[in-house]
Design a protein around this ligand. Sequence first.
Ligand code: PZK
Length: 293
Amino acid sequence: MTPLADLSLIASGKVREIYDLDDAAGDRLLMVASDRISTYDAVHPTPIPDKGKVLTGLSVFWFEKTAHIVENHLISATHGVPEEALGRALVVRKLAMLPVECVVRGYITGSGWKDYQATGSVSGIPLPDGLLESQQLPEPIFTPSTKADVGHDEAIDFDAAAELVGDRALMDRVREVSIALYSFAAAHARDRGVILADTKFELGIDEHHPERPLVLGDEVLTPDSSRYWPGRPQPSFDKQYVRDWASASGWDKLPPAPPIPDHVVAGTRARYVEAYERIAGEPFQAWLDRTAP
Ligand code: PZK
């Protein structure tokens, strides 16, 4: 990982970093998406060219499309972005992030499917008997989880989330906004032949404003924060191509993750670009052009 010159790293995830811009007001961050990819919780040593730009372009698309539902932290994808990070970085407002992950599920899959099989519920929400894996739910459900520093986020019920956040009325609004965002995005994706199975939002509060509005932060509705299915319910688009190869490669799925062969890199990049183009409805080149130096 090459750190951006001069900036102070404030947090780093498996595939992205967040820096303090140390502006005069002290209220701006730079979120940078890398080309790294992880499968089975391990980061591969081989990057997927343009993955960070695809995810950043998709986040901006959704920030702009959902601004009528909730404010968001995006300030600019160009002004204030260091040249070396153009296209894969955003200048954002510093927020006080809520200590919960806001997961919305329209289909029962992944950890939700595991919890449903074990208990018949997800995050304390009882679901109908007899659901099949990847089945659409009667309506989207809000299934918050904890933010684990290491290891996996843990599903919690709404009351536990309200307790963590310390404000039940705020948590009611967080649930309402999360479900509205998912419903809006799922309808848009469906119009373009893509199923949005589930997604995760991170919201925060702008403490610099007297009315302390709720603000959508993080990356939004990207393939790294969401499950997009091409057409029919099925185990996924984009990084699924790497998972299928990794699974068949003989790797024991314990770190370190193996290098990815060239043909798998090329196929995966093509799937990320296709996801951008189907969802944003424009050539990926248009994003590159808008963020070119
Ligand atoms: C913030 N993260 C998660 C971890 C990343 C991102 N607008 C904001 N204000 C204050 N803090 C954050 C944000 C946002 N978004 C988000 N951690 C802090 C995270 C690692 C890498 F890029």
